[in-house]
Design a protein around this ligand. Structure first.
Ligand code: HEM
Length: 445
């Protein structure tokens, strides 16, 4: 018995010793090869994984060098995987443009396995860099409480339902929601079985059920066929992935924009005044182009994206690459969290932590600067720069502009204004920590 215990103790001691030795060797090698230095951690192999899982934002802040440093000072290790963190705006541009840092293979770990795309379909996505994923260069009932001339709703749920339904119909035509009326709910709860059957059923009967789809849904099967994939399941998976992207970010973006407008003193009336010429006497939009390009509405939207986006562009290092004097080694991953760039006082000035609707249109004065809208980067960059960015901006701005013109939106008494959930993983825009009750009242009889 004691011999067995002795043997296990020996194995344990030797095992732990070997892990520590490997860990020190890896770190010494990293230094010799001039990798970005690693943030200190306690448990070899596990590294920063536990901390990162609980509080990713805290980890990113710890990896930020002083503001004058051109690159994050440290890198991380998550379960043995080296991750370089790049936060300085100019280095992020280099990452986006680098041909040896790839996004495509990472896509396959996500939608590829999540949506059960076949091996052929995955190969097509992985190796056809000009394929559909990169060439998309174009841009329900709830019980609401009625009050005189209006209704009381949960703003987050309401905004995502209204806009989610509208954008689903624009992209897919009405049959997809007839096929599955609870599609949006299921998507939010993420029920993968439902999407498969509904998207595949409308695709298989496309002559009758896809008459009203947007042009890129029609183009997708053609592009996939040119790349060698004709399976109905794969094409439906591709369509679903884009529909999912359509739902994931625009809906929370419209929620945050509405919430800011409803809570920022005087802002709603200022925007209404600014956009009034884009409506006719029947409150119908007569010039959508003018509406979505209204300077104050646009600036407020940019500020909303700056404040609430939490995208995290990730690349895989395909071959050793020098970025800002550091060696990024083949096999490691690179992450460019957007928040450090969007909250850098060097770029945005001393009022970086405030929500300033006029930020990108104001005249610089008293040490405050005009924010450069081009440096608001919620849509990623490089080859995988979000192909839906123009659509998303038009969608959110026309929805919020028209809504604001026709309705008053006020916080309900005792409403608990939410903060963004910064630790939950997101594809682009943070979700709120809680929903918030608002009162929506028609402005015109
Ligand atoms: C406010 C709204 C949106 C935000 C913040 C957003 C953000 C992003 C981000 C951060 C990426 C990854 C970019 C990278 O890693 O470089 C991305 C990719 C993508 N987005 Fe969006 N997105 C939005 C709306 C949309 C819409 C409306 C659609 C579809 C109509 C869409 C379709 C896609 C697709 C297909 C990709 C993958 C691109 C590729 O694999 O090359 N997005 N988006």
């Amino acid at each position: 018995m004691s011999t067995t215990v002795d043997a296990w103790v020996t194995i344990l001691v030797v095992g732990i010793g070997a892990i520590f030795a490997l860990h020190h060797r890896r770190n010494a090698l990293g230094q010799a090869l001039n990798e970005p230095p690693i943030l200190s951690y306690l448990i070899p192999f596990v590294g920063h994984a536990l901390w990162y899982r609980r509080r990713s934002i805290e980890v990113y802040n710890a990896t930020r060098g002083p503001i004058t440093e051109p690159i994050a000072k440290f890198s991380l290790t998550l379960m043995g995987q080296r991750i370089y963190i790049v936060t300085a705006s100019k280095d992020v541009s280099v990452v986006y443009l680098s041909k040896s840092l790839l996004f495509t293979l990472l896509v396959l770990y996500g939608p590829g396995s999540m949506f059960d795309i076949s091996k052929d379909g995955r190969d097509m996505i992985a190796y056809d860099y000009d394929g559909p994923h990169s060439s998309l260069t174009y841009q329900r009932g709830r019980q609401n409480q009625c009050i005189p001339r209006g209704m009381k709703v949960l703003l987050h749920d309401w905004a995502r339902t209204i806009l989610g339904t509208a954008s689903t119909i624009v992209m897919m035509g009405p049959p997809i929601l007839e096929e599955e009326p609870n599609l949006l709910d299921y998507n939010w709860q993420f029920n993968a079985d439902v999407w498969t059957s509904s998207f595949e059923r409308v695709y298989r009967d496309s002559k009758t059920k896809q008459k009203d789809v947007i042009w890129w849904v029609e183009a997708l099967p053609r592009m996939m066929a040119e790349a060698g994939t004709t399976a109905a399941h794969d094409i439906s998976a591709g369509t679903f992935t884009i529909w999912n992207a359509l739902q994931a970010n625009s809906n929370p973006a419209s929620f945050w924009l509405l919430l800011q407008i409803a809570t920022f003193p005087g802002l709603a009336d200022r925007i209404r005044k600014s956009i009034t010429t884009t409506f006719d006497s029947n409150e119908k939009v007569v010039d959508v182009e003018l509406l979505v390009n209204d300077p104050l509405l646009r600036s407020t939207f940019n500020e909303t994206l700056r404040t609430f986006s939490s995208s995290m562009c990730t690349r895989l290092v395909m071959e050793d690459t020098i970025i800002s004097d550091y060696n990024f080694r083949k096999g490691a991953a690179v992450k460019c969290p957007i928040r450090p760039q969007h909250w850098d006082a060097d770029i945005w000035g001393p009022d970086v932590e405030e929500f300033v609707p006029d930020r990108s249109i104001r005249e610089p004065a008293n040490g405050l600067i005009r924010g450069d809208a081009k440096l608001v980067r919620p849509f990623g960059g490089g080859v995988s720069l979000c192909p839906g960015r123009f659509f998303a901006s038009y969608e959110v701005l026309s929805f919020v502009g028209a809504l604001l013109f026709k309705y008053d939106i006020k916080l309900a008494e005792g409403a608990n204004v939410p903060r963004p959930d910064l630790n939950a993983p997101t594809l682009g825009i943070s979700s709120p920590l809680n929903d918030v009750e608002v009162i929506i009242i028609k402005r015109f009889k």
